[in-house]
Design a protein around this ligand. Structure first.
Ligand code: GDP
Length: 608
């Protein structure tokens, strides 16, 4: 049972609409337009909003969108076919009007629509049904409680999977016992182990796209006694120095970070691959032979099809993965480009490669461009006017640069005359509090009290180790409020995304203290791992918050950008997954190595 079917132009004019209930669907359709169609996330044709499932089809030749909505709990097997059939019917019936660009408002389409719907429902009924197994039919019904109890000394895998070893491991056979249905996974693991064992003798294992997760543990820092102020600009302050150590501030840094954060500059070669495509008609000697040059011969004069775009899309997908975009995201981006372009008619001089690349470039810029205003200085001023401190919490896995970049952000804030309280809520890792204490001393040395009317620009709120981080953050915010400190920056313990107790503790800290901004700190070095981290951090914040409107990640701090050359893909993966902006980019180990993301520069580096 369909609730809504609507056909509208990409310009927003509704050409035809059918509604079976009096429910108001515009919020759901608007959400689809805002979050999917305008955001270039059209790789998947289903979108869920509240209790509704919306499926859509784009007609790129006539710039139309076909949307069907139905209750999410329904399993309608014919919707894909129905969308396609209605699309074809509508196009065939009104081709002349659509070609003429006349968007008449009274399309008499109801009878055709009903017929297509009836045909599709009939078709669905004629399809063989996938029968669900009854409990009695399943192997589980044959299990007794006693059979499920694991006894000491009895290996589970031995019960169902027997590996018969021959002299040569490669010929080892895997036998499945009759009750092994539930242990297909164990069986597959055994097969994989055998395969790897036999492969390992001949060749080095190939790097899989999903790199195995490595538990990150911060390396203890070696004390560097008597270092004086020599390493002041370097921010790797794993431990504290003796309290009486004199600090000579690097005066060159002072004043460099006033005002808004400067934009990131990404080095790029003069000639981009677009130029290569554009100038593909030039003699071969002049061309540099970039990734797109092989497509120069593909000149289209008719509607683009998935098939004609596939070679370009595959090449682009590999290119994105090579630039460190997570494989899954690269795939989705390319699918989205295909959906957007399918059916579009190319001009005589447009090549498939150039069109596909230009569309992908546009989508990437859009993904990286913040959808909402992020102006932390203004928000700090606003909070100040309300007589409260602005609060930002930093989270992420171990060693990604949380404390270092927190200190850089703190430097930027004090350069802009904001007083800061750093809340040392990493009560877990030895040395974390001392690291922040050292930063506090150095930051105060750069902006001494005298200059700021006797006001200490940075203070540290710390309660040592082993205490409840959420409680310390709360006390720190109260202290900042009472002492009229402008900003509170909360440093939290690094945690792996799979560590349930620690993720629960982070969710608690955020729920209890309601910071203005939850910043996820992630390294630009990560590829596929970026997706896993962000999805699980967001999921944990939502799951453990016990609130209907949980506070999840609001923004990203992308660190170590100086170490990746042009492999800038993590920026795309992180923004694509969260839909949140990259607020800061860490570009080195000095307090001034903090930049704002420049979407165009990043996309240029990505596409070259
Ligand atoms: P945390 O465990 O997440 O708090 O990580 P730290 O702040 O202690 O940083 C870990 C390491 O990364 C230190 O050696 C930092 O100097 C280094 N680091 C942090 N940010 C950057 C950056 O933007 N560029 C570079 N090159 N190194 C960074």
């Amino acid at each position: 049972m369909l609730d809504l079917f609507s056909i509208f132009s990409k310009g927003g004019i509704v050409l035809w609409c059918f509604q079976s209930t009096s429910e108001i669907f515009s919020p759901s359709v608007n959400a689809l337009i805002r979050s999917v169609i305008l955001q270039e996330r059209t790789g998947n044709n289903t979108f869920n909003h509240n209790a509704l499932s919306l499926q859509y089809k784009l007609d790129n030749e006539f710039e139309l969108v076909f949307v069907v909505a139905y209750q999410r709990i329904l399993q309608l097997s014919y919707v894909d076919k129905f969308l396609n059939d209605v699309h074809l019917e509508f196009r065939d019936k009104y081709k002349n009007e659509l070609q003429g660009g006349r968007h008449i408002m009274d399309f008499d389409f109801k009878a055709s629509f009903d017929k297509v719907l009836r045909d599709c429902e009939k078709w669905a009924k004629s399809q063989p049904k996938i029968q669900m197994r009854s409990f009695e039919d399943s192997q589980k019904s044959k299990k007794t409680v006693a059979s499920m109890i694991e006894r000491k000394g009895e290996e589970k895998s031995k019960k169902s999977v027997k590996i018969v070893e021959n002299k040569n491991l490669t010929n080892g056979k895997v036998e499945e016992s009759p009750e092994a249905e539930d242990d297909v996974i164990a069986l597959n693991r055994a097969k994989l182990a055998q395969k790897l064992a036999s492969k390992g003798k001949k060749e080095l294992p190939k790097k899989s796209p999903k790199s195995p997760k490595v538990e990150r543990v911060k390396q203890p820092r070696v004390w560097e006694l008597g270092g004086g102020a020599r390493d002041l600009p370097a921010l790797d302050r794993g431990t504290d120095r003796p309290a009486d150590c004199d600090i000579t501030p690097d005066t060159q840094l002072i004043g460099q970070m006033t005002g808004a954060i400067r934009d990131l500059e990404v080095e790029s070669e003069e000639s981009s691959s677009e130029d290569e495509v554009e100038h593909s008609a030039q003699p071969a000697a002049k061309k540099s032979g970039g990734m797109f040059s092989i497509f120069k011969g593909l000149v289209g004069s008719k509607a683009l099809t998935e098939e004609s775009m596939r070679p370009v899309l595959d090449k682009l997908q590999d290119h994105l993965i090579g630039k460190n975009v997570a494989a899954d995201i690269a795939n989705k981006l390319c699918d989205s480009v295909a959906t957007k372009l399918e059916g579009k008619v190319l001009g005589t001089f447009d090549s498939v490669a150039k069109t596909v690349k230009a569309t992908l470039t546009e989508s990437l810029v859009l993904i990286l461009s913040p959808r909402r205003r992020v102006d932390i200085l203004r928000d700090c001023m606003h909070a100040k006017e309300q007589g409260r401190p602005y609060v930002a919490a930093f989270c992420g896995v171990n060693g990604v640069g949380k404390s270092t970049n927190l200190a850089k952000i703190c430097f930027w804030l004090i350069e802009n005359d904001m007083s800061v309280l750093i809340a040392a809520c990493d009560t877990f890792r030895a040395g974390a509090v001392e690291q922040l204490r050292t930063h506090t001393r150095h930051l105060n040395a750069l902006h001494p009290e005298a200059k700021h009317h006797g006001r200490k620009m940075v203070q540290l709120y710390e309660k040592g180790y082993g205490k409840d981080a959420a409680g310390i953050a709360m006390e720190a915010i109260r202290y900042a409020n009472d002492s009229k400190i402008d900003v509170v920056l909360i440093d939290t313990a690094g945690r792996m995304q799979d560590n349930e107790p620690l993720m629960r503790a982070l969710a608690k800290l955020i729920k209890v203290n309601e910071p203005d901004m939850v910043l996820f700190v992630g390294e630009a070095l990560v590829g596929n791992e970026a997706v896993d981290q962000l999805v699980k951090f967001n999921q944990a914040l939502a799951d453990h918050s016990s609130s209907t409107n949980p506070h999840v990640i609001d923004g990203i701090v992308l660190t170590k950008f100086d170490t990746i050359d042009d492999k800038v893909g993590a920026a795309i993966s992180m923004t694509y997954i969260t839909g949140q902006p990259i607020v800061f980019v860490g570009t080195g180990q000095t307090y001034t190595d903090l930049k704002a993301l420049n979407a165009k520069a990043v996309v240029h580096a990505l596409m070259k």
